[in-house]
Design a protein around this ligand. Sequence first.
Ligand code: SF4
Length: 381
Amino acid sequence: MRISYSRCSTYQHCPQQYKLQYIDRIPLPRAVELEFGSAVHAALKFMYDSRHVAVPSLDDVVNEFAKAWQEIPPDEDGEARRIHFEQGVLLLTRHYEKHAAREQGRFTAATEEFFNIPFDGEHTLTGRIDRVDILPDNEIEVIDYKTSRRMPPQPTMEKDAQLAIYRMAADVLYPGRKVTTTLLYVFHDYEMSTQQTPEFLAEKQEEIRDAIAGIEAGKFGPKIGPHCDWCGYQAHCHLFRAPEVPPDLRDVDMAALLAEYADLDAQSKQAEQRLGVLKQQIHDYLDRCKTERVASGGFVVERRTSQRVTSWDDARLRELLSPLGLWEKITQVSTTALRDLLKSRQLSREEKQHVESAATYSEIRILRVKRPRDSEEMDDE
Ligand code: SF4
């Protein structure tokens, strides 16, 4: 099978979305953010194109953006289009001012470099790397541009699966070179560089294998989650259509239930926050009065101190309890340790399946209620 990062990532987010997009080939509605992203990519490709003898002028880079932007048919929302265009000019100007003067000895080897690398013998990973730079010490930097406003937290960026695939490609395209991968958030002019460990790459390869296995087995069930908010296929997804309500449920006022749930949830969060503040103030009061008990207005507060175990020294415990025949009684299978073991490369695929079959799964059902006006979300079990 030939699989690209975007296909793989779509399948991982929602197998049904994958089917609608890549098997049923239902066209996605136009999204101005995506069109904006491709126009910015076109301008950056032009700016860094290794065929230029010198870095093009800022005017030329902006013109390239304007040219790409004009090729996109205008939509009804002319105002959104105007705002996006102005933002594009602004962020490209800022990027140019900061990066046009290249670091001594750094040069761009390729822009939008296509790759096609073998995976597990029978599959092919494909994709396009935004930019590959050769660094002064002959190392390689693989750069991926992100043009969305949303920037994930650092740990999420470090685990970026797209960079992992680019790293695998760079190892094939530029063998023997040390590779750094970088996400460049153009909107925020923020760069995050990482060098993935072999364990991390092995983990990502396992995820790609799982996606390929799912696609080949025809598993295309819907997977609901926060990504649904940005899914262009909501109109085709049965989860987003009003369900057929059985007659005996027709008098249930679901709108009222949800409104009350949303209000109580907001109140309980507020109360939780306030409780934290009050607790801290009471502790401060007791500390400053150097007492553990205060009575006031008919209320009494007493503070007691107790000790809570945070972890155990397993080796020491074993040494102490084994001669007593008690060690086996207190040893429990740790879910965290098993999860780590399943993620690691210590077990073969078949062994992992055996271990997984020994687990008992219980379903956690999470409600995610959104307020109609401010789209504030609440999760609860
Ligand atoms: S709306 Fe959500 S569940 Fe439905 S296809 Fe899109 S991503 Fe999948």
